[in-house]
Design a protein around this ligand. Structure first.
Ligand code: ZN
Length: 346
C-alpha cells in the first residue's frame, strides 16, 4: 500500500455531501446542477474538496467521497450494455420499498471503464492509501428488473465478472483498497449463502490490491428507519453473514456500530479480517465527540487487534449538511488518535 498504515487507522464508508453548485444538498440521489464540460470540471473540483476535508481532518484512508455519482448503484450500471434505462419497472428494493428501476434486456457487459479516470484523479491528490467503492453483485441485481436472465444468481455472476474487470483497472490505477457495497447482504440470507459470497469473491478475484465489503443498514431515510425499528432489541443479521465472509478471501469487512443495536461481539466472527467499525452515526446531524468515537473503538478492541481495526462511518454521509459531515470526519480521526495514544502510539 502507498504510505504507512498506522494501527487504528480511519476511513469513510464511501459518500460525502456534495457542494451546492454540483447537486442539491441534503438530498439523496439529487440530480446534477450542471451539464457537459462544466459538469465534468465541477465533479473534479468537488472530489478535490472531499479529499481535502478528509486530509485536514486526519483520516488515514482517503476516498473520492463519491462526488461523481448520483447513485451508488445506478451510476455504475448506466455505463453497461444490456440495461435499458428508458424502460422502467417497479420492483421492491431490499424487500423494503418500491422503486422504478431500469430493465435488463440482454446480456450485460462493460463496453468501457466507468470510474478509472476518477481513480487516477484521486491517486494524484494524496500519497497515502486510497479506497474506491463499487456496488456489489447482489445489490446491483436488487436495483434492477431482470427481463433477460430469469435468475437472480445468473445475473449476479454476470455482474461479478464485470465488476472484476473494473476493479482490476482501478487497482492498476493505484487504488489500494477496492470496496464492494452489499447492503443486500443484510436482507437475503439464503442467497448470501447460496451465491452471494461466491459472486463477491468472483468480483474480487486475483486483484493485486486489498478488497473490502461494506454491509450496512442503509442511509438514514424513512424506509430504513422504519425497517430498523422492526428488527428487535438486538440486530443479529451479521451473525449469518460474517462466518461466510471470514472463510472468504475478502480482506476487510465493515459493520455498523455507532447508535446501532448490533452486538459488538459479532466482530469475533471475523477472525483474521480487518474490521471497519462504524463509529459515526450517519442518520443524525448530531456530531459525535471524539470521546464517544474512542469509546466505540475501545469496545471493538476486545475482539480485534489494533492493526486490524479501522475506524469508519456507519454508512455514506451524502445526505448530511457539509459542516456536519466535516465535524464527523474530525471526530472520527480525533477519536482514533485518543485510542492510539492510550496504546502508546502517537
Ligand atoms: Zn452503507
Amino acid at each position: 500500500m502507498a504510505g504507512m498504515t498506522q494501527p487504528i487507522t480511519t476511513a469513510i464508508a464511501g459518500s460525502l455531501p456534495k457542494p451546492a453548485w454540483l447537486a442539491q444538498p441534503e438530498k439523496l440521489w439529487a440530480p446534477w446542477q450542471l451539464t457537459g464540460e462544466a459538469l465534468q470540471q465541477a465533479k473534479a473540483d468537488a472530489m478535490r474538496l472531499a479529499v481535502d476535508d478528509q486530509l485536514r481532518a486526519g483520516i488515514g484512508i482517503i476516498g473520492d467521497g463519491e462526488q461523481t455519482r448520483q447513485h451508488f448503484v445506478t451510476t455504475f450500471i448506466e455505463q453497461l450494455a444490456g440495461v435499458d434505462f428508458l424502460q422502467r419497472k417497479t420492483v421492491r428494493i431490499r424487500d423494503r420499498y418500491d422503486a422504478e428501476v431500469p430493465v435488463v434486456v440482454g446480456p450485460v457487459s462493460r463496453p468501457r471503464s466507468v470510474f478509472v479516470e476518477d481513480a487516477r484523479r484521486l491517486r494524484l491528490l494524496t500519497g497515502g492509501p486510497i479506497k474506491f467503492t463499487l456496488p456489489g453483485p447482489m445489490t446491483m441485481i436488487d436495483t434492477l428488473y431482470d427481463g433477460h436472465y430469469g435468475s437472480r444468481a445468473k445475473l449476479a455472476w454476470a455482474f461479478a465478472e464485470i465488476l472484476n474487470q473494473e476493479a482490476t483497472e482501478l487497482a492498476a490505477a493505484g487504488v489500494d483498497i477496492v470496496q464492494f457495497d452489499e447492503p443486500a447482504f443484510n436482507v437475503f440470507f439464503d442467497e448470501v449463502r447460496d451465491w452471494g459470497v461466491g459472486t463477491l469473491e468472483r468480483a474480487a478475484l486475483d486483484l493485486p490490491c486489498k478488497t473490502a465489503v461494506h454491509i450496512c443498514y442503509g442511509y438514514g431515510i424513512e424506509a430504513n428507519i422504519q425497517w430498523k425499528q422492526g428488527l428487535g432489541a438486538e440486530w443479529r443479521q451479521y451473525e449469518q453473514t460474517f462466518p461466510l465472509l471470514a472463510a472468504s478471501r475478502i480482506d476487510q469487512v465493515s459493520l455498523e456500530c455507532q447508535n446501532s443495536r448490533v452486538p459488538m461481539e459479532l466482530i469475533g466472527l471475523l477472525d483474521g479480517k480487518e474490521v471497519m467499525v462504524g463509529a459515526i452515526d450517519v442518520a443524525t446531524n448530531r456530531v459525535e465527540s471524539p470521546e464517544e468515537v474512542a469509546a466505540t473503538l475501545r469496545k471493538a478492541l476486545q475482539w480485534v487487534q489494533p492493526q486490524r481495526l479501522i475506524g469508519c462511518t456507519n454508512c455514506g454521509m451524502v445526505p448530511l449538511p457539509r459542516a456536519v459531515a466535516r465535524g464527523k470526519l474530525q471526530a472520527l480521526a480525533a477519536g482514533a488518535a485518543i485510542v492510539r495514544a492510550e496504546l502508546g502510539w502517537s
